[in-house]
Ligand binder design. Structure first.
Ligand SMILES: [Zn+2]
Length: 82
């Protein structure tokens, strides 16, 4: 259990700090990028402006996995329209 993650809901849309790849995850402490395969731990990096900021960017969080996958899809489509 990672105490800093308790404020987030179960399912999350996260951005890889290494390559910027956006994906959905339900992980709470370890994040593995589907694209670059890097494994990162969620580590809190508190700063004055955002006391709960993490090393891994969480774009969206929800208890509903469908909402999260929808957000992830929409975010990626907005970034790379095809
Ligand atoms: Zn990556």
């Amino acid at each position: 259990m990672h105490p800093m993650m308790n404020q987030f809901k179960k399912y999350k849309t996260v951005m890889c700090p290494n390559c910027g790849f956006v994906q959905s995850t339900y992980a709470n402490n370890i994040f593995k990028c589907f694209k670059c395969k890097k494994i990162r731990e969620f580590i809190a990096k508190p700063s004055r402006n955002s006391p709960t900021s993490l090393n891994i960017k969480i774009l969206f969080d929800s208890d509903n996995p469908n909402e999260v996958s929808r957000f992830t899809k929409r975010y990626k489509n907005a970034k790379n329209p095809e």
